[in-house]
Design a protein around this ligand. Structure first.
Ligand SMILES: NC(=O)c1ccc[n+]([C@@H]2O[C@H](COP(=O)([O-])OP(=O)(O)OC[C@H]3O[C@@H](n4cnc5c(N)ncnc54)[C@H](OP(=O)(O)O)[C@@H]3O)[C@@H](O)[C@H]2O)c1
Length: 336
């Protein structure tokens, strides 16, 4: 099969189209023919190891010290069709359309991948009928993180929710979920994303390059800082009584300050990483099936143009999601 091989830690040019062996499913695994995958901000951070410092050493130990060895194909989310099942698999059949999160196995930048059907670290779920493969591929990162953060924040109808970094994968789902739950939503991002954020339902928008939301004198019931760029102290101070502050991108110091704030104030700071709880998946799919979520797809790239897709995501201009179309890969030419 064709795959985009991650040949080194560094710039997008290290992502190269190569022929690799098609995997064979183990007893509890399915083989998926991938139709669509995505390039997230997280993929770029893993590719060149520009992750938060506390993750760099463990990731190098896991992927390979000098270059990626244990894992050589990136990509953490996908949608496609089941084409083979292991002998113990009863949940899926050949032909089933699915979406999936590959967890630390990665591997979505390829024509095929194998995934276990039951694992706390990965997710495989039937694709919603009212979504295309391209839309469904965005569910694990954007949708699952957003629903996890909003559920942890226990958002109630009528509450004021602010999402910092709202214009990306997680934020565009977050705005729509919060609106569907009856919140009044303020979306913070750069100017080029604000019109799109209004179209997906934001009641108020703030351009963070012009104005710091923590200095406006507004108070919120919930602040979700997807990007982890706002001042910790000032964000806590702009919460209402019993307000909740979600650290989507926590640092070590943020975790210590969260523990202190939780002990000493009536505010709650939460930094629990998202996992693929079935109740979160069902909650999100309920909103998707009810037509409450419109997936924002900014650009689509064929698999062969992966390096270009990474370069675009790194510009920071991405609105919502960037999708990779995997079908019909033939040498270096994309077949329409
Ligand atoms: N905790 C978890 O479980 C978890 C899971 C997945 C991802 N993450 C992390 O969450 C972060 C966001 O993920 P994502 O996929 O939604 O990223 P994304 O698609 O890149 O979206 C992030 C958005 O934040 C904006 N932004 C950048 N700096 C900002 C600032 N100072 N103030 C306000 N907005 C700002 C960006 O716009 P501009 O570039 O135009 O400024 C962009 O629109 C990533 O860093 C990722 O590593 C956390």
């Amino acid at each position: 099969m064709k795959a985009i091989v991650w040949t080194k830690y560094g710039p997008p040019e290290g992502l190269q189209l190569q022929e690799v062996e098609t995997p064979t499913p183990k007893e509890n695994e399915i083989l998926i023919k991938i139709q669509a995958a995505t390039v997230t901000a997280g993929d770029c951070e893993v590719r060149d190891l520009t992750l938060a410092p506390m993750f760099r050493l463990p990731f190098r130990l896991y992927f390979g010290w000098r270059k990626p060895r244990r894992i050589t194909v990136l990509g953490q989310e996908l949608a496609g069709d089941v084409v083979a099942v292991g002998k113990n698999v009863t949940q899926f059949q050949v032909g089933d359309p699915v979406f999936a999160a590959t967890g630390l196995r990665l591997g979505a930048y390829a024509e095929f991948t194998c995934l276990p059907v039951r694992s706390a670290m990965t997710l495989v779920w039937p694709k919603p009928v009212n979504m295309s493969y391209e839309e469904a591929a965005t569910i694990p990162t954007g949708g699952m993180n957003a629903i996890h953060f909003l559920r942890k924040a226990k958002v109630q109808p009528g509450e004021k929710v602010l999402i910092n970094g709202a214009g990306g994968s997680i934020g565009t789902y977050g705005v729509q979920i919060a609106k569907a739950w009856g919140a009044e939503v303020t979306a913070v991002d750069s100017a080029s994303k604000l019109e799109m954020l209004r179209t997906v339902g934001a009641d108020h928008v703030i351009d963070y390059t012009q104005e710091d939301f923590t200095r406006r004198g507004e108070r919120y019931d919930v602040v979700i800082d997807v990007v982890g760029k706002s001042s910790f102290g000032r964000t806590v101070r702009c919460l209402r009584a019993n307000g909740r502050y979600i650290l989507g991108n926590p640092t070590l110091s943020g975790m210590f300050r969260a523990a202190w704030t939780n002990r000493t104030t009536d505010k709650q700071v939460i930094f629990e990483a998202a996992s693929y709880q079935p109740e979160d998946v069902r909650l999100l799919l309920g909103l998707i099936e009810a037509g409450k979520i419109k997936v924002v797809i900014d650009r689509r790239y064929p698999l062969v143009n992966m390096a270009e897709a990474h370069r675009y995501v790194e510009t920071g201009q991405k609105k919502g999601n960037v999708v990779i179309t995997v079908m019909n890969v033939k040498d270096n030419h994309f077949q329409k």
